[in-house]
Design a protein around this ligand. Structure first.
Ligand SMILES: [Zn+2]
Length: 472
């Protein structure tokens, strides 16, 4: 078996793992995830790179979850590069993808059109954005999906079985367990963690533990860090919101439309329910987040019991939180005139695209406002520069001063921290023969790898290099 890491090696985005196995005299080649690189110019260039193999020769793709950094280049692979085979994912992932991929195509086109307008007016400096695919190409891609549920086993080729388990990261997120019986070799089990959720979190169940594996590919977004406790995180959030509201400012929270937005909403409602925050005025400005929130409510059975209780309380006390979902662009622009008292939740989570950019442009220059960053901000993204406390940023080709306060609240992460990742790995009853540590910045991955060696006493722990091929 050969595994090549085409992305998420030495960084958190662009998850793309290529696997080749020999089955019944034939080489079978598949991908686990096919994500977009995100954050800055280098990422944009990598998204345009050609593949080291012919896409039409791929047999299938296994998709762990809907986030764009795991799924976002599928329309290039399918509609543009000729991959016509099946893509396997859970049904909830497929539902979310319909929203996310269409929105991704829409955002890319909007970026290009805006840049062209600005360029014509002589107001654009820097590289012109390129759309990676069109809405039509997304529709073609969506016809290639095959869904299966958690715990359902499916034979993808003679001697190759796939089963998904719950990763507890976002709706539909899965750990992919792949059993392979290669010619002349013992049966092997490969486990791809996808993104692993935090234990004991709102909305999502704990990640499933897998008992045995020969090869494990594990994420390491927060491999070098421990999140603050949920209690400390809440205290921090309550403090920032209360201080900002008292000072007549707005709170702007950039958030992934899928997963994070629903969790933040849930937490804010729950804080009001428990009397820790008083009446709130919340605006969710992202058509995709609105759709995903409806879907979350619809797929209620995926929520844990405590979360259901909070939603029921909100249903019975609708006046407690003034919650508005913004659908059209005009309404979104009108929100720029609200100078205080609003909590604005908008996508994208790393602030690089979408309506959040407008909200930052109008809220960053005023000192009474607060920006609360809750998700991971990859190197090169606008969100990362805000976290790193830059004095000014360039938005829509124009300079904007950063006077609003910027707060990073790590405890709300959708990713397990170092202790959570080690706990998940402890679920394996015997040490796997090989562990690959991916999906982290170099420091995070190497710190997690070292902790696995020291705490779990597993010997063969590798931080793979991008584009290198490994035999297992
Ligand atoms: Zn994810």
């Amino acid at each position: 078996m050969e595994i090549q890491f085409l992305g998420a090696a030495g960084e958190v985005t662009g998850s793309k793992h290529s696997v080749e196995v020999m089955l019944a005299g034939k080489i079978r080649h598949f991908m686990v995830d096919y994500g977009m690189f995100q954050g800055g110019r280098e990422a944009a260039n990598k998204n345009l790179e050609s593949l080291p193999f012919a896409p039409k020769d791929l047999d299938f793709v296994v998709l762990t979850h809907a986030h764009i950094d795991h799924s976002g280049l599928l329309p290039r692979l399918c509609a543009q590069e000729g991959f016509a085979g099946p893509i396997y994912c859970t049904s909830a992932t497929f539902e979310l993808l319909k929203i996310l991929l269409r929105d991704s195509a829409h955002l890319q086109r909007a970026d290009v059109e805006r840049a062209e307008r600005k360029q014509k007016a002589g107001k654009w400096r820097g590289d012109m954005p390129i759309a990676l695919y069109s809405r039509e190409e997304v529709e073609t891609t969506l016809t290639q999906f095959e869904v299966l549920e958690y715990g359902e086993s499916i034979e993808l080729a003679p001697g190759l079985q796939l089963e998904f388990h719950n990763a507890g990261h976002i709706l539909g997120s899965a750990i992919a367990v792949i059993d392979v019986a290669e010619d002349g070799a013992q049966k092997k089990r490969c486990v791809f963690s996808g993104d692993i959720g935090m234990k004991g979190k709102v909305l999502m169940p704990d990640p499933d533990l897998i008992k045995n594996a020969d090869v494990v590919v594990v994420e390491s977004t927060y491999g070098d860090r421990l999140h603050r406790s949920l209690r400390d995180t809440e205290d921090e959030l309550v403090e920032v919101i209360n201080a900002t509201m008292a000072g007549h400012g707005n709170v702007v929270m950039p958030a992934f439309a899928v997963g994070r937005t629903q969790e933040i909403l849930f937490l804010l409602i729950d804080l009001v329910r428990r009397g820790r925050l008083s009446h709130l005025s919340i605006w969710v400005d992202s058509p995709m987040a609105t759709a995903a929130t409806h879907l979350t409510q619809h797929l209620f059975s995926h929520l844990d019991g405590e979360s259901q209780a909070t939603f029921e309380w909100y249903r019975d006390n609708p006046g407690s939180v003034d919650l508005r979902f913004i659908a059209d662009v005009e309404e979104s622009k009108a929100l720029n005139k609200v100078k205080g008292g609003a909590i604005i939740i908008s996508a994208s989570g790393m602030c690089d695209a979408g309506r959040i950019v407008h909200h930052l442009a109008s809220n960053l220059p005023r000192a009474q406002n607060a920006i609360i960053i809750t998700g991971f901000q990859s190197y090169g993204s606008l969100g990362r520069r805000l976290v790193d406390k830059v004095q000014k940023v360039r938005l829509f080709g124009e300079e904007v001063p950063v006077r609003a306060s910027v707060h990073t609240i790590g405890g709300l992460s959708a990713h397990a921290d170092q202790a959570g990742l080690l706990d998940w790995l402890k679920g394996f009853e015997r040490p796997p023969k090989t562990v690959f540590v991916v999906h982290g910045e170099p420091e995070s991955s190497s710190v997690l790898a070292q902790s696995i060696r020291e705490e779990l006493h597993w010997s063969n722990v590798i931080v793979p290099e991008r584009l290198h091929t490994y035999q297992c």
